[in-house]
Design a protein around this ligand. Structure first.
Ligand SMILES: [Zn+2]
Length: 640
């Protein structure tokens, strides 16, 4: 017979409280709850019931917190294994079945937090009667339920962004979903480490908090990699249909027709690029008996799989899972192999970024930071080649220019581009003169009017130019870009951080007449990485940089082109790669960045231009050069 609370002594009351705290776990697990109550609301299977068995590896992840003592479940994985759906299931379970304060942190408020709340969570709530009933309906005058904030019996839900201190503001939470932690800013100004701020929110619930941390990785040593290592590093083992041996899916066991395996090639992880690859023939092989599985068998054996730890659990409350595309019912082996082959081809042209992305988002593995060593200046000088009395050989079919603005001079570099962005340094000049005076800019006019001698006998002008407006001659640069817009002279500003080499322009107004010029942003980190990896190429062809045997291609040019090194910088323990000058002058390197930017803004069809210059008629109808959607039309708008 249960006595009323009033009749209990303080000690007995405390004991009762403790008993309630230690109550047996709810009989339903997250996966059972999801199978019973939830609908799929996005993708191919929208409108069907949620079935954990559709991607059976999800069961271990969904039910991670039912294991005794587990407070933190980390998933380091590719981008398509059902990560967001799992996060939604866990949130839904806690709304309906185990209510508590819930905080979901996306990398940004807008668009990511809003997208998660509006497009992933909201439809699942709307489609489930039990959730619909629990989450009180939004009424006109009721602010308790908005897209990002909801209240329900026994708990609340907030969805926020790691870029906003307000999102992470002191609010105690028991269930914390930290989505894509490798995309969080390392710190919030004046607040400290973003991840630490978020984790602090769970302090009051230590011992019974639940922290779900799924992310695709970036660099080795970055957040998700570190947290994965702190856990027991589980991998999903499946039985071989032929011999029954249990093993995890590994990329090195994927083979396809075309190439032969060459295990010594580290970047290729055992596969060598050749033109005649046939991704459709891809099979996952058993490491014990060699049996090769196709897609149907690959998905069938998942049902009999199980998670097995591959490391000792160093901290009792943390478990971790690794997941990659080969397990996913959302992709096929041929897609995985095709993605690899594309990345491998880009890598051959000196561009490592696509391979890094593939390793992060398909293999779910962090990449080693690019080696800090660049190219040695003498290596560039040794490779100089004579172009004869020409400015450029036949391969270079499109010229772009990068201009760096100093107080007392303009520095410029003209680069010729061919198919595969093989490039030739064509001209380098220093135009002396104070850059706030018009004279030096008239000299730049002459360079733009100059026609360079091509091997075909034709003469080619510079097709597009980027001028750095980031110095303190901004107005002069805007003036010049506006005046020479018809010659495709673009005002640009270099910005570091994760951004593409060129991005859409923002209009700038200046001067008394409030004239307008589009200002383009150049992602200097991406551009510098590409240029340095291309300078390292030793084989002529796609990406290779040709240096002419001329006066201006001297020690100074070589030193400037190799003047920056990629180094690791840690902000509150989070690593990032930054470019660091190793000598004071580096104008030629900056000019090369802007010339590459000009090429990307121009976006010419280099194959077609090469055919035209070689006198080969292009196949009719002649395709127009592709231009990015956001580029202004050539003869309208801001052109005068
Ligand atoms: Zn086997």
């Amino acid at each position: 017979m249960r006595a009323s609370v009033l009749e209990l002594s303080p000690t007995e009351r405390l004991a009762a409280k403790v008993r309630r705290g230690l109550a047996p776990p709810p009989e339903l697990t997250v996966s059972e709850f999801s199978d019973r109550e939830l609908m799929v609301t996005t993708g191919k299977y929208a409108g069907t019931r949620w079935q954990t068995s559709f991607a059976p590896y999800q069961r271990g992840i969904l039910d991670a917190f039912h294991e005794p003592g587990v407070e933190i479940a980390v998933v380091m994985g590719s981008s398509q294994w059902g990560k967001t759906a799992c996060a939604v299931c866990i949130v839904a379970y806690h709304i309906a079945h185990d209510p508590c304060p819930i905080l979901v942190v996306e990398p940004t408020v807008d668009p990511m937090a809003k997208d998660f709340a509006r497009n992933r969570l909201e439809p699942v709530i709307a489609a489930s009667p039990i959730l619909r009933d629990t989450v009180s309906k939004k009424r006109a005058k009721d602010s308790s339920n908005t897209i990002l904030h909801k209240t329900f019996r026994g708990g609340s839900l907030a969805v926020g962004g790691a870029n906003s201190a307000a999102s992470l503001a002191a609010r105690s939470t028991r269930l914390l979903i930290l989505d894509e932690v490798d995309r969080y800013p390392a710190e919030l100004p004046g607040e400290g480490s973003t991840l630490a701020i978020a984790l602090k929110r769970t302090a009051a619930y230590r011992g019974r908090r639940r922290i779900f941390m799924p992310s695709s990785p970036t660099l080795k040593g970055a957040s998700i990699d570190v947290w994965f290592q702190r856990g027991d590093q589980r991998r999903y083992f499946v039985p071989c249909p032929a011999c029954g041996d249990m093993h995890p899916f590994l990329w090195e066991n994927v083979q396809w027709d075309g190439p032969r395996v060459k295990p010594s090639d580290p970047g290729a992880r055992g596969h060598v690029w050749r033109a005649n690859h046939e991704p459709r023939t891809a099979r996952l092989h058993c490491p014990s008996c060699g049996y090769g599985m196709g897609d149907a068998e690959r998905l069938a054996v998942l049902q009999a799989g199980e998670w097995r730890p591959s490391a000792e659990r160093s901290e009792p409350g943390i478990i971790s899972f690794h997941m990659w595309e080969a397990y996913s019912p959302f992709s096929s082996l041929s897609e995985i192999v095709s993605g690899f082959l594309r990345a491998r081809q880009a890598q051959k042209g000196g561009d490592n970024s696509e391979m890094h992305t593939w390793q992060n988002t398909t293999l779910g593995e962090p990449v080693e930071p690019d080696a800090g060593e660049g190219v040695e200046p003498h290596v560039l000088l040794m490779r100089r080649e004579a172009f004869g009395d020409l400015d450029m050989p036949a391969g270079a079919c499109c010229l772009t220019m990068g201009v760096d603005v100093q107080d007392d001079r303009l520095e410029l570099l003209v680069i010729g581009w061919g198919p595969g962005e093989e490039s030739w340094l064509v001209d380098r000049q220093t135009l002396p003169g104070h850059t706030e005076q018009p004279e030096v800019w008239k000299m730049l006019d002459e360079v733009l009017d100059h026609q360079y001698k091509h091997a075909s006998g034709q003469r080619l002008p510079v097709q597009a130019t980027c001028i750095d407006s980031g110095g303190h001659r901004t107005t002069m640069v805007y003036d010049y870009a506006a005046r020479m817009a018809a010659r495709r002279v673009f005002a640009v500003i270099g910005r570091d951080g994760q951004r593409p080499i060129v991005s859409s322009p923002s209009p700038r107004r200046w001067g008394r007449q409030q004239r307008q010029v589009p200002l383009y942003t150049i992602g200097v980190d991406a551009a510098k990485s590409l240029i340095v990896s291309r300078l390292k190429l030793t084989e002529k062809g796609a990406g290779y940089v040709h240096v002419p045997l001329v006066d201006w291609a001297d020690d100074e040019l070589a030193a400037q082109l190799t003047s920056e090194r990629l180094v690791m910088r840690f902000t509150r323990g989070v690593p990032a790669q930054v470019w660091k000058k190793i000598r004071p002058r580096n104008e030629a390197f900056d000019c090369a960045v802007y010339a590459l930017g000009a090429l990307r803004l121009l976006h010419p069809d280099l194959e077609l231009l090469a055919q035209r210059l070689a006198g080969i008629d292009p196949p009719p109808p002649a395709p127009k050069p592709q231009r990015e959607r956001w580029l202004p039309p050539r003869r309208k708008g801001w052109l005068r």
